[in-house]
Design a protein around this ligand. Sequence first.
Ligand SMILES: Cc1ncc(COP(=O)(O)O)c(C=O)c1O
Length: 355
Amino acid sequence: MALFRENILDMSGYVPGFQPRETGFVKLNTNENPYPPSPRVKEALDAVAQADLRKYPDPFCEPFRQVAGRILGIAPGRILAGFGSDDILRMIFMACVAPGDMIAYPYPTYSLYKSLAEMSDARILSADFPEDYSLPEELIGNNARVTLIANPNSPSGTMIPAARLAELAGSLKGILVIDEAYVDFADENCLPLIERFGNVIVCRTLSKSYSLAGIRFGFAVAQEPVIEQLVKVKDSYNTDRLSQAAAVAAFSDQEWMRLNAERIREQRAVLAAGLEALGFSVWPSQSNFVLARTPSGASAPRLLELLMERKVLIRYFAQRRVDDCLRITVGAPEEVRRLLDCLGELLERTAERKT
Ligand SMILES: Cc1ncc(COP(=O)(O)O)c(C=O)c1O
């Protein structure tokens, strides 16, 4: 007897970005925030560490629901917290997808969607993005049980207007997940769609704009009947006391988050302009990273390697459509400068070798 399900044996599994053990890297490979979280986070963590760790945490993370509800102008009953937004995605698959069901998403996008579909033994409708990364027509009115759109998208950094996603939501019989992991770096968001559509779930995370990738905290926003079903499949205590305290403290300090998001948006413009000056073509980004196609004659995987030798980490995806591109997280000014200087030097060497 096989020890594992056939679909698990067949899948390769999600591959996270490289997390070096040593320090000293300019780390622009996993879209982390270059700035620390709000100082209120440390205070909150110190207080919890001294108090209640022997007790189980609040299973519904009620204090966070209250704070986020007030700040976002949403009823707390429409919010569900998770162990990172990946946990929310996993709950959606568990609650909605049976083997053989159809899952739909554009390509290329966040590769966890494919891994989750494979874990669920679902069929996949993968619709290629057009070159400008607008919504693929094929997704409108599709019959999938769940359609997933990362908005802004990864790895392109691009964004589909909320009005277009409203059209998509209205055309679907199944659930539309709008994954807003990067939305605090963007000009608009899709939260208002929750009011209008009973089939929309918006996912958010504290990993990026709130600088808390290390504590794992995300949340879903949807109408109450959707949240009620997701609650049934969640782990009983899917966020712990430390992450709950950190999340409440970080979310309460909107000013800190906004300030850092603004600094990142400024550096995003510097990075994009610098890359273009070096001959890269850069897609317009609404997130904390940019996707850049390498100038002709330069090899993207080779640049990745040479940058790694210089202790600069970026992300490369050896897959169709993006195998001549680099995805680069927006860092602090000195990190962006270092990356651009290294790339400038490497491209100059490549050009000299050719002449
Ligand atoms: C589009 C997208 N959604 C979700 C996530 C995961 O976020 P979290 O850290 O909250 O699990 C990522 C992380 O890289 C992402 O790129």
